[in-house]
Ligand binder design. Structure first.
Ligand code: FAD
Length: 470
């Protein structure tokens, strides 16, 4: 039977290729692609709270519009609140069914429910498409039908299931039916949102994502295990923002990697995609994670939240070059190497005793790949309070980490220009250099001694958690 369907793009599926919508499409369907600009987010006051994500999203949206045009139809862009606009347009346009991708976050789930209820009053079904994750959230369970609390058995079940990708891409779509008034608005510009374009942010759009994936699978993936932790070397895929905005399909990344050959390195890379999967399934199972620690005994942890320490960490002026490089990489490029994220988060929450939620919020503001599930899981892991997190008593030593994972010092030199001329001898411990050298660098001394910070954290944890350090 001929249907008229609304294909609503939601900001995490900004692509045509391998979109799960096509699995549901019949040859006779009339299709109306739609994107909604919510004025709540697309206004200068809000946009400045996530400037890099906005930049990436707008670029990706421009490309999506073009790609849909090339299929013979049009992406209609309207302004409004989706919970009001979708039911209104669905009724006005005589839609038979609404399709959109599921959101995993609690606020997205609540919106989905409200929308589905509103559409029901017009007898219009809404279908939530899977595809943000490899497996539908909530579908990977242990023998007692519960969500896993440990990553390894979770990942084993994922591996045993395998990914059966049915996503496909048509070469054309029918034009918008003539009775529909398109009335599209134009995509807002950065200037309208009062955001200055940052030339160091990763470029958005599917074509760029495909290029990055191809380049990664053609070379760097073959040394992924040994190089992924090296901050002075580009050893990881840099796909995170494309995965976050769905400019690439996670399922086709998985499949293309498998097709490139299953080796220890490709397995390691796929395992990282499963860490992502784990974080999304956790948030689905425990939506409260966005506001509270997974470990109950970490609630009300006595963080000091010293304002001067916070500012030093934020601006990259702690006196620990590797921690400062991470802070400045974030502000300048919207990206931080995974190892640097871990070092920086450990330093903030343990050495400086600052609440992980403050760091989480700051990362969310500037990361182009800022994702609620992954960012929250990363912070809770680093703070030692998360599900299958690093043990609370394990405290990264920024110096040994730097010597091991930035042995050339190039990561620090790149992001901390005051130290760009410093030799390997002092690059990770500039405070140990002779006074005449230090005075030339104009770089701060450490704001806290490593042992002092470590002991302070362990003492606070011992009292609060009522446990001795093992
Ligand atoms: C404190 C902290 C905050 C983080 N915040 C985010 C975030 O907001 N968004 C985000 O995408 N990742 C986050 N991560 C995970 C990780 O740092 C990034 O995914 C990774 O650095 C992105 O670079 P890449 O694409 O080159 O990764 P690759 O090493 O090439 O990995 C491929 C993909 O696997 C996923 N992935 C890799 N490592 C992890 C991990 N540890 N946890 C979950 N997924 C992972 C990502 O989607 C990544 O793109 C965070 C980690 C920490 C410690």
């Amino acid at each position: 039977m001929k249907r008229r369907v609304l294909w609503w793009f939601r900001g995490k599926d900004l692509r045509i290729e391998d979109h799960p919508f096509f699995e549901t499409l019949s040859p006779d369907d009339e299709v109306i692609p739609l994107f909604i600009i919510d004025p709540y987010f697309f206004k200068p006051e809000r946009a400045k709270e996530m400037p890099h994500r906005i930049q990436f999203l707008l670029e990706s949206l421009e490309e999506l519009k073009e790609a849909i045009h090339n299929l013979g139809t049009e992406l209609i862009i309207r302004e409004g609140k989706s919970v009001d606009l979708i039911p209104q347009l669905a009724k006005e346009w005589k839609i038979d069914q609404v399709f959109c991708c599921r959101w995993i976050e609690p606020f997205g789930r609540e919106r989905d429910q409200r929308l589905s209820d509103a559409l029901k009053t017009h007898s219009i079904p809404m279908t939530l498409l899977e595809g943000e994750t490899l497996f539908p959230p909530g579908s990977i369970r242990n023998g007692s039908d519960q969500m896993f609390r440990v990553f390894t058995p979770f990942s084993k079940v994922c591996w045993s299931r395998g990914i059966h990708n049915k996503e496909s891409t048509p070469t054309s779509l029918p034009p918008i039916p003539s009775d529909i008034k398109i009335h599209s608005i134009s995509i807002p510009s950065l200037t309208q949102l009062k955001i200055e374009r940052n030339p160091h942010i990763q470029k958005g759009g599917s074509s760029e994502g495909k290029k990055i994936l191809h380049a990664f699978l053609s070379g760097p993936v073959s040394s992924y295990s040994s190089m992924r932790d090296r901050m002075d070397h580009r050893g990881t895929s840099r796909l995170s923002a494309h995965i976050k905005f769905g400019t690439l399909s996670i399922r086709s990344i998985w499949q293309k990697t498998i097709l490139s050959g299953l080796t220890d390195d490709t397995r390691k890379f796929l395992n990282e995609l499963l860490w992502r999967e784990f974080s999304h399934h956790m948030l689905w199972e425990w939506p409260e994670l966005l506001s509270t620690p997974f470990r109950q005994d970490f609630r009300d942890f006595p963080y000091l939240n010293n304002q001067e320490d916070w500012r030093a960490w934020l601006e990259g002026k702690t006196g620990y070059p590797i921690v400062d490089a991470a802070a400045r990489e974030l502000l300048t490029t919207g990206y931080v190497h995974n190892r640097a994220r871990m070092i920086s988060a450990s330093f903030l929450t343990k050495h400086l005793l600052i609440d992980y939620r403050r760091g989480e919020e700051h990362f969310m503001k500037y990361l182009t790949d800022g994702d609620w599930a992954q960012n929250n899981a990363g912070w809770q892991w680093s703070a030692g309070c998360g599900c299958d997190a690093q043990p609370w008593f394990r405290i990264f030593n920024p110096i040994t980490q730097a010597l091991k994972f930035d042995p050339s010092g190039e990561y620090v030199r790149k992001y901390v220009p005051e130290l760009s001329e410093v030799s390997n001898e002092w690059i990770h411990t500039p405070w140990l250099a002779p006074e005449d050298l230090r005075s030339q660098w104009r770089y701060p001394n450490p704001i806290i001694g490593l042992d002092e910070g470590r002991q302070r954290f362990l003492a606070a944890a011992k009292v609060h958690l009522k446990r001795d350090t093992p």
